[in-house]
Design a protein around this ligand. Structure first.
Ligand code: ZN
Length: 154
């Protein structure tokens, strides 16, 4: 893990130690589970969407490496109060950023920009994007567990 030490910025460590929006969400109406077998990261995501398509609340549970946990925590903070179409847009921007795509307006992602550095660590891209793939599954009510080893790129 030492080669990733430059990724462990204060923000990531803070969210790993004190994950925000961690736990069960009573009244959740969307749910998905994700798994990254390469690292062993697991996430269970609950969403409460309003009839108007607003993410009223979001919580996650799970276990895994610091990157996966911090990414899920920061994602839930970023999602609260957002419209689902804005959440989809953030998912694509985040994914493009960690994949190292050129011209991503990373500044629009706010604190999520902290994960920009994982693009240099291909194995860690899956850790950082697991929560987002799970979000996508929850928004679309996919019942199967999202696996980063199973057709999800990455
Ligand atoms: Zn991981």
């Amino acid at each position: 893990m030492s080669e990733f030490s430059d990724l462990y910025q204060d923000l990531i460590l803070d969210h790993q130690k004190n994950p925000r929006n961690f736990g069960d969400l009573p009244g959740a109406n969307h749910h998905a589970d994700g798994f990254n077998p390469l690292c062993g990261d697991k996430i269970s995501l609950d969403l409460k969407l309003s009839a108007q398509g607003l993410i009223e609340d979001v919580k996650f549970k799970g276990s895994g490496c610091a990157i996966s946990k911090a990414s899920a925590s920061l994602m839930t903070v970023a999602l609260k109060g957002k419209r689902t179409e804005d959440a989809e847009k953030m998912f694509h921007q985040f994914h493009d950023m960690v994949m190292g795509k050129e011209g991503v307006p990373a500044a629009e992602l706010g604190k999520l920009k902290v994960f920009e550095g994982v693009r240099d660590y291909p194995a860690r891209v899956k850790c950082a994007s697991l929560a987002w793939h799970t979000l996508e599954a929850a928004l679309h009510d996919h019942k199967d567990v999202v696996s980063t080893d199973d057709g999800v790129q990455p």
